[in-house]
Design a protein around this ligand. Structure first.
Ligand code: GDP
Ligand code: MG
Length: 163
């Protein structure tokens, strides 16, 4: 059985960009597995040393705060139930937001490994602003740029240590 890695995070942090980056295609060829919610994308990632099943949990763009909360709850539930490893994605450009804290609080209940990943660290300039995220209480996080590929190797190394 392939281990499942779920990407969670609030809208626009770059979940789908990271999904496509790991898949190695600009436009992800993804399958909606039968019997699961349509707004969830799955792909088998086979290009690294250890294969895994990747899940992009982002669906719709919430219009209201209620919808946002609802989506985040659903996502973290998916992550906790279906995934073996959770990639919690944050956004260096926005910094730490209340929605991030909400997701962090929900993920704190799982025993499963959670990798804290800060996206949109396109260069050294953004890297300096990421210390704020330590307020979430993690020991370490991985800074990367899903769009430009910076730091992807570090994420793969961290994933493979858990696969
Ligand atoms: P999602 O809602 O979490 O799936 O986020 P998307 O993958 O759709 O990305 C949201 C926006 O962030 C898009 O405009 C992306 O181009 C942008 N984005 C994603 N990754 C990066 C990154 O590494 N750096 C920068 N600067 N922008 C990014
Ligand atoms: Mg998305």
């Amino acid at each position: 059985m392939l281990k499942t890695v779920a990407i969670v995070g609030r809208p626009n942090v770059g979940k789908s960009t990271l999904f496509n980056r790991l898949l190695g295609q600009r436009k992800a060829i993804v399958e909606d597995f039968p019997g699961v919610t349509r707004d969830r994308h799955y792909a088998e990632i086979t290009r690294y040393d250890k294969p895994f099943l990747l899940v992009d949990t982002g669906g719709f763009e919430p219009q209201t705060a209620d919808q946002l909360l609802c989506q985040m709850r659903e996502q973290s539930q998916v992550a906790v139930e279906e995934a073996d490893i959770i990639v919690f994605l944050l956004d260096a450009r926005d910094g730490l937001t209340p929605a991030d804290r909400e997701i962090a609080a929900m993920l704190r209940r799982t025993e499963k490994p959670v990798l804290f990943v800060v996206n949109k660290v396109d260069g050294d300039k953004q890297e300096a602003g990421t210390v704020d995220f330590y307020r979430l209480g993690m020991d370490a996080f991985i800074p990367l740029s899903a769009e430009h590929g910076r730091g992807i190797g570090e994420l793969i190394d961290a994933l493979e240590a858990l696969l």
